[in-house]
Design a protein around this ligand. Structure first.
Ligand SMILES: Nc1nc2c(ncn2[C@@H]2O[C@H](COP(=O)(O)OP(=O)(O)OP(=O)(O)O)[C@@H](O)[C@H]2O)c(=O)[nH]1
Ligand SMILES: [Mg+2]
Length: 388
């Protein structure tokens, strides 16, 4: 039995830790006895929530606890650990400190409108425009690090599509380095979507092999094809596979025309089976559309696809300074950026500028939890697993 007196425990409260011999049954008996004596099971995330409310952790650090547990690659785990140790929080605090200084200057110029010095003079002499530009540059840097981290955390969903027999399952197996999907020379082999998460330079790529798109032969195939379309709806990247000896047919183009429109979804055309046509593996960029020639069977050119996927992910460098950001953080950083941009536009109209800076600070503070509505806090902690 270990006693951790407040405030030096993880939660900041008095904690008694019972340790037992290993084995499910003994531990369950100990637990049962504790419950009989009036204890209750912790709710999901309760320990971390208590640590947050007792100011042992800020919100970013609390979230990093969950992210560390869920991390699917070593890089993502390292990134979560950096957030847990306060690196992200320090970057946010640094920016908020600069914002507060600038707000003080600007609001001071508002407070003394009748004084000798006019507001414009105060702003000029205090270099407000330069300070604001520096804040925006600092924020831009944090956003790049956060985007990298978000990639480490969530990865990319890559859907392999194309007509039956083109080699989708073979390519999945090649990328995964093992025989995950059944490969035969029969068209219509894959019926259900098969997922496999692989890593390229520490980035999780969720590769989804799908049923070939064609007029379905039976009900199972029809359902499989419907599923293929659902996967396409939520994909980040579509690898559209064609036979290298045939190239893109009008039918393939027609199918591509039905892919969801928009900036987010990217398409790579893979000409597979280049070994059969005696064609060299390679990459070409044709009117902004990337075409890769490769062979899932021999592996020639598959490296080009790995590189292309990293490229699409916007991955630059090694990710050692990435911040394991969540959607919530990216949204707050984007909001702060928009307010700073607006503040720069309104610099001459001091009152409007002051308001934009206040909103930017509010957005930044929501990241570390200094300004976060209760319902959002409830939502964040409810996603934790029990016992953390
Ligand atoms: N020569 C050669 N054969 C390949 C290549 N890729 C796949 N194949 C062969 O093509 C056939 C079909 O491959 P699959 O990977 O099952 O094709 P699929 O697109 O998953 O087919 P469905 O699941 O039926 O839609 C198999 O006999 C593979 O061995 C390649 O690059 N070169
Ligand atoms: Mg298949």
């Amino acid at each position: 039995m270990l006693h951790f007196p407040a405030p030096n425990s993880f939660t900041g409260e008095d904690v008694l830790e019972l340790q037992g011999h290993g084995g499910q049954v003994v531990l369950e008996m100990v637990l049962q006895r504790c419950l009989e004596l009036g204890a209750r099971l912790a709710e999901p995330g309760e320990f971390t929530r208590r640590a947050f409310f007792n100011e042992k952790l800020d919100l970013v650090q609390a979230e990093a606890v969950a992210d560390l547990i869920e991390a699917s690659t070593a890089q993502a785990a390292r990134s979560a650990l950096r957030s847990l140790s306060g690196e992200f929080s320090r970057a946010v605090h640094g920016l908020v400190k600069g914002l507060i200084e600038l707000r003080m200057l600007i609001e001071a110029s508002l407070d003394f409108p009748e004084e000798e010095l006019d507001a414009g003079e105060i702003l000029r002499s205090s270099n407000a425009a330069n300070r604001l530009a520096q804040l925006r540059a600092d924020l831009a840097e944090i956003r790049v690090r956060a985007r990298h981290g978000s990639l480490l955390r969530n990865g990319l969903a890559v859907v392999l599509t194309g007509p039956p027999n083109v080699g989708k399952s073979s390519l999945l197996n090649r990328l995964a380095g093992e025989e995950r999907a059944i490969v035969t020379d029969m068209a219509g082999t894959t019926r259900d979507a098969i997922r496999e998460t692989i890593q390229i330079e520490g980035i999780p790529l969720h590769i989804i092999d799908t049923a070939g798109l064609r007029q379905p032969g039976d009900l199972v195939e029809k359902l499989g094809i419907e599923r293929t379309w659902r996967e396409i709806e939520t994909a980040d990247v579509i690898v559209q596979m064609v036979d290298a000896r045939i190239g893109l047919t009008p039918e393939d183009e027609e199918i591509a025309g039905r892919f969801p429109a928009g900036q987010r979804l990217r398409r790579v055309v893979v000409h597979n089976k280049c070994d059969l046509g005696n064609l060299p593996a390679g990459r070409r960029d044709q009117d902004g559309q990337v075409h890769l020639l490769l062979s899932a069977l021999t592996g020639a050119g598959v490296e080009l696809l790995r590189k292309e996927l990293l490229n699409i992910a916007g991955w630059q460098g090694h990710g050692e300074d990435s911040i394991l950001a969540r959607e919530r953080h990216l949204g707050a950083l984007a909001a702060a950026d928009a307010h700073l941009a607006q503040a720069a536009v309104e610099l001459a109209r001091v009152e409007l500028c002051a308001e934009e800076l206040r909103l930017a600070q509010e957005a930044m503070n929501s990241i570390t939890g200094e300004f976060t509505p209760d319902d959002l806090l409830g939502e964040i902690f409810s996603r934790f697993c029990i016992g953390k």
